[in-house]
Design a binder for this molecule. Structure first.
Ligand code: SF4
Length: 447
């Protein structure tokens, strides 16, 4: 349970010296309870209080990092069971397998394909995150595959073997990349935890069932594995989902043995089954999902699902207001207007691009809301559009004075003509109508 402001206040010096930036210890305690400040802002807090507060303030699910550098992955630090209660902070990492038994050329091709699993959607890059190198029981081949993956990809690695000797051999080449060791079982936990501790790598622990997993978690952490990832051993969908939910619930109640991210392995079979299972696991708390499919069409739906689930529902994704260009527009090109909700803008941009008619798009700041929502909330009005056109100096970009507004807000035409002095053209109601509109109606207007 999180401490309340009053709980925290009881542990503070109560001298009201103000050195923490707020006038009283009580005010500081309240800010701390709301996570708006950190304990180190108070220079007078005692060691004893620090310990008590740190224990209570520790996140219910530990933040675990896999890899180094720009592409490192952070998992955990989640605080809620349901996204709408707050948000989900660290997106599920998608790992793609690389079998060490593959011939060298095939390994190289697969690594290249995994590296290329990166896409742009609503202005964000979404991509596969990890390469899971799987042993086929040959230590030398496993170490060689891990080394090649480390050399040919910047993505963090997962080393999949339960043989500590194989793990040790593979780590010789890639320990500096801080791979995820996958992993420890009740049989090998001492050796694997020792490797994880020595190389400062995160460690997957796998036991059959939740009771055994809790025991193994305690054992692994006692043996020095600081960063653990939990695998309940379940492989059937219903059981995986039940375990994922039970682990998240227990973690949020501060059951420390389960206070770590999880890893799941879809049972595989055909690509469609794998994708459907994986989508369910992304929605239900998986920290890492290990996939065998490496084709763009297998990954893109999962990446889209993940992006949707891990977008903060209280903060719509939005882009900066301004004038954007599609293609290389000139002074005769059409001027269109839309809102700064990313999904709206990038849909419009894609449809303008598909029309092959270069255009200017004036993006109005509607606080990340879509056309009709913004119009209903009076954030996309004749005045706000006219102001944006003026502010972003669209008149300096074109010779004509025609602006195209979305068909859904045709009602704004008259007022916008008055407010802007421009001739207002009503575009299609749906963005999908833009290509036809620009190629026919606009060309006729412009002629
Ligand atoms: Fe109280 Fe510490 Fe802030 Fe001083 S610095 S007011 S002692 S919380």
């Amino acid at each position: 349970m999180a401490l309340t402001g009053l709980d925290i206040y009881k542990l503070l010096p109560k001298t009201n010296c103000g050195e923490c930036g707020v006038p009283t210890c009580l005010a500081f305690a309240m800010k701390l309870a709301q996570k708006q400040t950190s304990l180190d802002q108070c220079p007078h807090v005692t060691e004893q209080a620090k310990e008590a507060l740190a224990g209570a303030a520790a996140p219910p699910i530990k933040l675990v990092t896999i890899g180094v550098g720009e592409k490192k992955i952070e998992l955990g630090n989640e605080t809620v069971l349901f996204r709408h209660d707050e948000t989900f902070y660290h997106p599920t990492a998608l790992a793609i397998t690389l079998d060490a038994s593959l011939p060298a050329e095939e390994q190289a091709r697969r690594i290249e394909r995994i590296n290329g699993l990166s896409f742009e959607r609503v202005g964000q890059t979404i991509r596969a995150n990890l390469i899971a190198v799987r042993s086929a029981g040959d230590a030398a081949a496993f170490a060689a595959a891990a080394k090649v993956a480390g050399e040919k990809s910047e993505l963090p690695l997962v080393l999949v073997t339960e043989n500590p000797d194989e793990m040790k051999a593979a780590l010789e080449g890639v320990a500096g990349r801080k791979p995820l060791l996958c992993g420890a079982t009740p049989e090998n936990v001492d050796a694997m935890a020792a490797l994880a501790k020595e190389k400062a790598c995160p460690l997957v622990i796998r036991a059959d069932g939740l009771d055994a997993l809790a025991q193994l978690s305690e054992k692994a952490t006692a043996a020095g594995a600081a960063d653990v990832i939990l695998d309940s051993g379940a492989r059937q969908v219903a059981q995986v989902l039940a375990h994922q939910t039970a682990i998240r619930r227990a973690a949020l109640k501060k059951f420390r043995a389960f206070g770590f991210p999880t890893i799941v392995f879809p049972s595989g079979g055909d690509p469609m089954t794998e994708a459907v299972e994986a989508a369910g696991y992304i929605a239900k708390y998986a920290g890492v999902v290990v996939l065998s499919g490496a084709e763009p069409w297998e990954l893109l739906p999962l990446l889209t699902t993940r992006q949707n689930i891990f977008t903060d529902p209280q903060k719509p994704i939005q882009l900066e207001a301004g004038v954007y260009q599609v293609g290389t527009p000139d002074e005769e090109s059409p001027v269109m207007v839309t809102t700064n909700f990313s999904l709206t803008y990038f849909t419009v941009e894609g449809d303008v691009d598909a029309s092959k008619v270069p255009a200017w798009i004036v993006v109005v700041d509607t606080e990340g809301t879509s056309v009709l929502t913004a119009w209903a909330a009076e954030k996309f009005t004749a005045d706000s559009i006219a102001q944006a056109m003026k502010k972003f100096e669209i008149e300096s970009k074109v010779k004509h004075r025609k602006v195209i507004i979305p068909g859904h807000v045709a009602v704004l035409s008259g007022k916008l003509e008055e407010a802007s002095g421009w001739n207002v053209l009503v575009g299609p109601r749906e963005s999908s109508g833009i290509p036809t509109y620009l190629r026919t109606s606009w060309q006729r207007q412009a002629a």
